[in-house]
Design a protein around this ligand. Structure first.
Ligand SMILES: [Zn+2]
Ligand SMILES: [Zn+2]
Length: 148
């Protein structure tokens, strides 16, 4: 299954339950709300941000519930944890493979499509994931005429 890439798309709760069941995830209210936030906001959020946003819909949800469910999604290949910042991890929904570019100035993370040919196997090893990260100065910061 390929999760849609556009942000701001409308997804109803039935669709979210279907996505969870397709990944053999037990459907719970917090999981639905977390997945909804992740699919509608493609911003590579931190666990803290996900917690703050989901709490708006589920005021009683705890940080531990959010964190445990993020790990549950990772185990079920619905989510990836990315270490680009030295102080915190960010999360990326969906399993389509892509690289990341992180701006050293504003810390914004951009998705970069792979442009190189991706082998399915290397020296007999089956490749199931790959991560290539780039860093530098993003186009928005470059326009700001900042001297480096
Ligand atoms: Zn930037
Ligand atoms: Zn990404």
């Amino acid at each position: 299954m390929v999760l849609k890439k556009e942000s701001g798309l409308k997804i109803d709760e039935k669709e979210l339950s279907r996505i969870l069941r397709e990944r053999n995830c037990k459907v719970t209210v917090p999981r639905i709300k977390i997945l909804k936030y992740l699919l509608m906001n493609r911003v590579h959020p931190t666990a803290e941000l996900i917690y703050r946003e989901v709490k708006k819909e589920l005021p009683k949800v705890s940080y531990a519930t959010i964190y445990n469910n993020l790990n549950y999604f990772i185990e079920n290949n619905l989510l990836k944890r990315i270490r680009l910042h030295k102080d915190y991890d960010i999360f990326d929904v969906g399993t389509h493979m892509h690289s990341h570019f992180i701006c050293k100035k504003c810390n914004k993370v951009y998705d970069i499509p792979y442009e190189i040919h991706q082998p399915k196997k290397i020296k007999g090893h089956l490749i199931t994931d790959m991560s290539v990260n780039f860093s530098g100065i993003c186009k928005t910061c470059l326009k700001g005429k900042i001297k480096f």
